[in-house]
Ligand binder design. Structure first.
Ligand SMILES: Nc1ncnc2c1ncn2[C@@H]1O[C@H](COP(=O)(O)OP(=O)(O)OP(=O)(O)O)[C@@H](O)[C@H]1O
Length: 750
């Protein structure tokens, strides 16, 4: 113990040195003069690199070193959250990053396959103090004893699983299990599907995989960033500390509803509307609707345009031919629009040229190419021509287009159109993939943005020229009577020209890759992790696949927990349209969260509708079964009071985090009865009591869970709610006026 403590002290001293060095480097880099584009880039790279290092060093502050490997050949390595080297010439590794290959036996070695190990040590620390050591002997010929050998190799794991929850997920670097390690380090570059029941560690494994990939492919991924998609903001808050604790910051966390920059989806759809909007057929309906916006005049109603040289007629034939030509480009709507416009202008110019140049004696046109070019310019400048083109092939923004589509949805069966019809109102999460689809179909006509950027650049150049002129002016005044043209004092105009001075005024982009990715719809992420992947609709998958052209993805989920009606259901249905059969599927089968007593009950609920259902097996049991409380009252307040009493009783049992899970319609009464509970769209999960609806509970966990009126939950929502507890589960229902206990729970408490 003493030796390990001395080592940990040494490590923290070294960490402090490194941190001070990185802090100074960040400051120096920020102060670097970014005169040229290249210098600015170098400075930004330096700031990003050193800030990344600083984040890693800060992460190392807690539980820096947690393991030690003693090999039969005498090698001896400490394993830690981050790698640290000594200050000596060889930069000798003091502690090895858990993601390095040499650290693998820490997670994989067994007595049967010792991987060269003689002994494996788990080191537990608290605030830099070594509090426990636990040795496992992997070489039976090793007879040396340290006094820290334990008979139960799982003691460290069980201590972690039994620990009170904090409302934030923690990393598991100290106790990653072999089946999890294989997934975290899977060499597969494409789509990896991780399936497993509740509490099998899918989320935590996916997060560690992100950390591993950022370590193993740092060059590529740090530039492109990793996107992690989770079901709701509360869940993202819950997992938000895992990667920073592992020293990783190049990650963007988002819900599917947040993936269209500039749009906040605050509205809600009915389940039916969300299902229709999520179906793959919506893509065809929107594509057809775009074509509908590319129109031609009726044959008997050509568009008459007043022009200085006489009336022009934009006929069906002209528009149809221009439309075919524009469509043949296969460009998105807005980008094909100039082709349509030029063709129409050409045809109208020809019309007027035929009229004006007609030789009364039937000879060739009297107009030369220059005359025709002049006529073309006049037609192109005619406002009525522009108005007609706008009418036939309008420039559209995705927002306008989808808002317009939703007021009168087309290319759908009548009842589906009626279900999604909406006049105004806020965007909903199910609208976000539609906006993204529209952006693809319409294309961003960035010519205006480019013209504006160029104008701004020109403006900066003019400003810089002014600055230089001033500097030159002052120079002549200062030096005029010295005839000192070769003065060694250099003025600004000697060193830089106006263009470069203009660049200097451009704002430097210090944003990280993740921040830039968040603001850019067309950003291609290096890797995407999708949690609760079973819930995403076909349209949401189309959006996500666009964000990851390399298809380097980890999808985690559990089809048995599918709650959204628009959810894709099977992995084949999700993936075949995008990657065919080129994806790998792995399973996790051990439940690390829910004790066996609770899991048995939850499994019974699913078995009542699917008798062959096999739940994951729990790694722990607490000896304590779930409890039940039937309320015999005659008002909503009686049910809420019973919940309040239960919260008091659970608190007295020192349950650190308690969740009440109830349908939304009970929330007002429950908030009144349990005012201390944090509730609302983004509840604070670090508070001792939290009130959630079943969908908000997805992916979360608490020491104690109280499920209210379970008869109002669908099977999959109830399964999710019942599997959130790490210690205790209770069920409260109204035995007088409520729907009663659902199938699978009837026997509870009797
Ligand atoms: N190897 C491990 N060591 C310590 N804790 C672990 C380990 N594996 C999983 N856990 C813990 O088990 C709990 C469940 O993990 P996680 O939330 O990742 O499961 P999940 O499969 O995503 O569950 P669900 O589908 O119900 O959301 C977490 O508290 C996690 O930290």
């Amino acid at each position: 113990m003493r030796n390990e403590q001395e080592f940990i002290d040494l490590l923290h001293r070294r960490l402090a040195e490194l941190r001070t060095g990185a802090e100074a480097a960040v400051k120096d880099a920020l102060a670097m003069d970014g005169t040229t584009f290249q210098a600015r880039q170098e400075r930004d790279v330096m700031v990003a690199e050193q800030s990344g290092l600083l984040a890693a060093f800060n992460a190392g502050e807690h539980g820096l070193c947690f393991g030690r490997l003693l090999f039969r050949d005498g090698a001896d390595h400490h394993i830690g959250r981050i790698g640290i080297r000594a200050a000596d010439e060889d930069r000798t590794p003091l502690v090895i990053d858990w993601r390095a290959e040499v650290a693998r036996p820490f997670y994989l070695a067994t007595g049967h396959t010792p991987m060269g190990l003689r002994r494996r040590r788990h080191i537990t620390t608290e605030n830099h103090r070594v509090t426990d050591l636990h040795d496992e002997i992997l070489d039976l010929t090793d007879t040396a004893r340290t006094g820290h050998e334990g008979s139960d190799a799982d003691a460290v794991l069980l201590a972690a699983l039994d620990a009170a929850r904090t409302g934030r997920m923690h990393d598991i670097v100290q106790t990653i299990q072999a089946e999890q390690d294989r997934i975290i380090r899977a060499p597969h570059q494409g789509v990896l599907v991780v399936e497993g029941g509740p509490g099998t560690g899918k989320t935590v494994v996916a997060l560690h995989r992100a950390a591993y990939l950022l370590y193993a492919h740092r060059e590529r991924l740090a530039r492109r960033a990793v996107l992690i998609v989770g079901p709701n903001p509360a869940f993202l808050g819950y997992i938000s500390e895992v990667l920073p604790a592992l020293g990783e910051t190049g990650v963007l966390l988002a819900t599917p509803a947040e993936l269209y920059p500039g749009v906040r989806a605050t509205g809600t759809d009915t389940p039916r509307a969300a299902e229709i909007k999520g179906a793959a057929t919506m893509a065809d309906a929107l594509a057809a609707h775009v074509r509908d916006r590319q129109t031609v005049p009726e044959p008997d109603a050509p568009i008459a345009i007043r022009h200085d040289d006489g009336e022009l007629l934009l006929t069906t034939d002209i528009a149809t031919e221009a439309r075919s030509l524009a469509r043949e480009t296969r460009l998105p709507h807005n980008l094909a629009r100039p082709y349509f416009a030029f063709r129409v202008i050409d045809a109208l110019t020809a019309q007027i040229a035929d009229r004006l140049g007609a030789d009364p004696y039937g000879g060739p046109s009297l107009l030369g190419p220059d005359d025709i070019a002049q006529l073309g310019k006049a037609v192109a400048a005619n406002r009525d021509v522009h108005a007609a083109i706008d009418d036939l092939w309008p420039a559209l923004t995705p927002q306008e287009f989808i808002a317009d589509y939703l007021t009168d949805p087309t290319h759908l069966p009548d009842e589906d159109a009626a279900a999604i019809r909406r006049d105004g109102g806020p965007w909903t999460p199910a609208d976000v993939p539609l906006l993204d689809e529209a952006a693809e179909l319409l294309g961003e006509d960035d010519s205006a943005a480019r013209a504006a950027a160029e104008a701004a650049r020109q403006e900066r150049v003019r400003y810089a020229q002014g600055v230089l002129d001033l500097s030159y002016g002052s120079r002549t005044q200062e030096f005029e009577d010295r005839e000192d043209e070769d003065s060694e004092i250099l003025a600004a105009h000697d060193l830089i020209d106006a263009e470069r001075l203009a660049e200097r005024h451009e704002e430097a982009d210090h944003r990280s890759a993740a921040e830039r990715a968040a603001a850019d719809r067309t950003w291609a992420f290096g890797h995407i992790i999708v949690d609760e992947a079973q819930e995403l609709s076909a349209m949401a998958w189309r959006l996500l696949m666009r964000r990851c052209p390399t298809r380097s993805m980890t999808l985690v989920g559990d089809p048995a927990q599918t709650a959204e009606p628009g959810g894709c259901g099977t992995w084949e249905a999700i993936l075949t349209p995008h990657v065919g059969d080129r994806w790998e599927h792995v399973r996790l089968g051990v439940n690390y969260r829910t004790p066996a007593e609770i899991m048995d009950l939850a499994a019974g609920v699913v078995r009542s509708v699917n008798p062959s259902f096999e739940p994951p097996s729990s790694v722990r049991s607490t000896g304590e079964g779930p409890w039940m409380c039937a309320v015999h009252g005659d008002s909503e307040a009686d049910l809420a009071d019973a919940v309040a009493d239960a919260v008091v009783s659970e608190t007295s049992r020192e349950m650190a985090r308690i969740a009440i899970i109830a349908q939304h319609r009970h929330h007002a009464a429950l908030r009144a009865a349990v005012p201390a509970a944090s509730a609302g769209p983004e509840p604070d999960l670090t508070r001792p009591v939290v009130l959630l609806d079943p969908r908000q509970a997805k992916g979360l966990e608490f020491d104690s869970v109280i499920v209210v009126e379970p008869g109002e939950f669908g099977t999959s929502d109830l399964y999710v709610a019942l599997t959130r507890a790490t210690q205790r589960l209770g069920v409260i229902y109204d035995a007088e006026d409520g729907p009663g206990l659902p199938a699978g729970l009837e026997g509870l408490g009797w």
